[in-house]
Each structure stands twice: as structure tokens, then as C-alpha cells.
Design a protein around this ligand. Structure first.
Ligand code: SF4
Ligand code: SF4
Length: 332
């Protein structure tokens, strides 16, 4: 019996086209051949250039090289997309900083009032640690412009980006880990380590504070880190025994980039917070968390999303440094 889609006698079926293999940095680091819905993914054997994207071929032994590597993951990986609507991208190209694992500022983070004694040193995660890589990955313009000023509830794009963005942030953390391992180094992701915990909003490893030590930026009144790509984004870090050149911090004080902290100017984040959680004294985490639990979680319960973000959007520090800080930084 003939199948209805069999070619008629004398007509040759065109040769089947072979599906091209994915060349994202993650597949470059891929391990074994396996089948998935995209077809068969070949194993990555050593330095086979067919499975390495151009950016991945650049030197990766400094912050610029690592930044290129993570930018390639952000640009190529299909998981960097919201699952809703027309799947807008979650993140844009990241910033990368590097700290010496023995930088004295890591000891300072353990002081009460900074993070506290709960915060541990890089050696805790990886005995013999030499460097700490920290990155800031900004939310995409599409996510930030979805934020309507004056509306109490954040948009779906923001709350989805926060949750799905953190899932993708783990992809970035693991990509970095595998890259370091491929370079022959040992590496640990503190925030995914089983020993990680937080007590009373004080974490054993604070991504924001590590970013400050690694030269990414200083704190704002709203407690977020102010970077040259703004404050609206997520952060990650990896501790490694690879010796990498530390980034020279272009600041000395912990609040140097925030005009409210230096000259009592701006204060836009105080006005933006709908529940008064940001005050001249800083951010009250209890008030902030209560707002999320009471208003935002119920509104997005069907999606399982939460997060507020009024103090990260439509501000002078949302996607850049506040003007004064940017000018000062340029003159350095
Ligand atoms: S909005 Fe203004 S006061 Fe608030 S953190 Fe940003 S720069 Fe500082
Ligand atoms: S996340 Fe929302 S509630 Fe919390 S401090 Fe920022 S604006 Fe206020």
C-alpha cells in the first residue's frame, strides 16, 4: 500500500536538509550527544571551533573578556526571553567586575551595620580562592519601558522578568562556572551553594556588596547598586582559584554615586515608593516585603509572580549613573 505522502513514481524526493547545530556559548560548553526537540545535539570535544561563538574565542582572562563571554550568552540563549506575549528579551549585555579574593573590603562586609558577621569570606566557599567575579545584568529597555509611572501595580513584564530573569541569571552563573572549569580552574557559585542562607534579610553572601568590592558601582538611597548601566537589573558572582586582574574601583565611598547620600539632592526613589519604604534613612525591608506580600503577590497569583520595582524604574539612576556621578566619573 502507498502512503498518501509518498512521492509519485519517477519524482525524486529532495535531499533532507540537515539542521544546523546551535552554537551558543552554552552548547559550546555542552557535554554529551543527546536528542531533544531540536534534533541531535552533538558532543563538544575539546576546542572544536564549530561549536564556539566568535566572542567565546576572545581572551577571557580579564573583566573585558568575561564581559564578552556573558554578553554572548545573553544575546544567543533563547532562555533570555519572557514566556509571555511576544517574548521580549529579559536582559541586555552585562557589566563584569573582578575583586581579589583577599581584598580587605571582604572583611569589612562582616562588620555589623555593613552586612554583618553572617557574611563569609571568599575562602569559605572555595579554599584557596584567588578571585571573585561579579556581574550586573540590566533589564532590557522593553521591560523598563513597560513600567507605567504612577500605577500602583508593576506591569506583567516586570514581575515576569524578575522571576524568569532570576532563572536565566542562574544560566549565566553556571555558564561562567563551566567556562572557568574549562580553563582548568576551580569555581563555586555562592548563591547556588547548599551552604548559602539568609537570616533577617542578611545574606551569607550579598551579590550587591560583592559587586561594590569588584568595582561595579556604589549604593543608592534605595539600597540598590548604582552602576554605569543603572540599577534596574540582577547580579551574580562566582568565586574561583584562577588569578584574574582585579578591577580598579573608580570610587572610594560606598554611596559616592548617589546624590542624595552626598548632597541631599534627588530623592526620586523616596517619592516613587508607594508605601514609604524608602526614607532619608534608607530602605526598610520589612515595609517593602509587606507591600509585596499584601498587594503584588495576590494580583499576580495566577502567574506566581511578585516584585515591585518602583524604586528601580523611571529614576535618574534606572539605566545610567545619576548625571553628577557620571560627570565626576568621566573626569577621573
Ligand atoms: S533615585 Fe536618586 S536618591 Fe534614589 S538612589 Fe537613585 S540617585 Fe539616589
Ligand atoms: S520595591 Fe517597591 S515597596 Fe519596596 S522599596 Fe522599592 S518601591 Fe518601595
Amino acid at each position: 500500500m502507498k502512503l498518501h505522502n509518498a512521492p509519485a513514481a519517477g519524482i525524486r524526493r529532495p535531499p533532507r536538509r540537515r539542521r544546523r547545530n546551535c552554537v551558543s556559548p552554552l552548547s559550546a560548553e555542552g557535554s554529551v550527544s543527546k536528542s531533544n526537540c531540536f534534533g541531535t545535539v552533538p558532543a563538544f570535544h575539546g576546542e572544536d571551533p564549530r561549536y564556539i561563538v566568535p566572542a567565546y574565542n576572545r581572551p577571557v582572562r580579564d573583566a573585558a573578556g568575561l564581559q564578552d563571554f556573558l554578553a554572548a550568552v545573553v544575546a544567543c540563549d533563547p532562555r533570555n526571553r519572557l514566556p509571555e506575549g511576544c517574548n521580549i528579551p529579559i536582559f541586555e549585555a552585562p557589566l563584569v567586575g573582578i575583586a581579589d579574593a583577599h581584598d580587605a573590603l571582604f572583611d569589612d562586609l562582616r562588620k555589623p551595620g555593613v552586612v554583618g558577621p553572617i557574611h563569609v569570606l571568599p575562602d569559605y566557599w572555595l579554599p584557596g580562592a584567588r578571585s571573585v567575579i561579579s556581574y550586573f545584568v540590566p533589564f532590557s529597555g522593553e521591560i523598563k519601558t513597560a513600567y507605567v509611572k504612577g500605577r500602583r501595580l508593576p506591569p506583567l513584564e516586570w514581575v515576569s522578568g524578575r522571576l524568569n530573569g532570576e532563572i536565566f541569571n542562574n544560566v549565566l552563573r553556571r555558564a561562567l562556572l563551566r567556562l572557568l572549569q574549562k580553563l582548568g580552574a576551580k569555581a563555586v557559585i555562592p548563591n547556588l551553594d547548599i551552604r548559602y542562607k539568609a537570616e533577617n534579610w542578611l545574606p551569607k553572601w550579598s551579590e550587591r556588596h560583592v559587586g561594590f568590592v569588584a568595582g561595579l558601582g556604589t549604593f543608592g538611597l534605595h539600597a540598590g547598586l548604582l552602576t554605569v548601566k543603572g540599577t534596574a537589573g540582577r547580579m551574580g558572582s562566582v568565586v574561583t582559584n584562577l588569578v584574574l586582574p582585579p578591577v580598579q574601583r573608580p570610587y572610594t565611598g560606598p554611596y559616592e554615586y548617589c546624590p542624595w547620600k552626598t548632597k541631599k539632592r534627588c530623592g526620586a526613589c523616596m517619592k516613587a515608593c508607594p508605601v514609604g519604604a524608602v526614607t532619608p534613612g534608607g530602605k526598610d525591608h520589612r515595609v517593602c516585603v509587606t507591600n509585596t506580600a499584601k498587594y503584588i503577590r495576590p494580583a499576580y497569583s495566577a502567574w506566581g509572580y511578585h516584585g515591585c520595582g518602583h524604586c528601580q524604574n523611571n529614576l535618574p539612576c534606572s539605566d545610567r549613573l545619576p548625571a553628577e556621578a557620571a560627570t565626576r566619573r568621566k573626569s577621573l
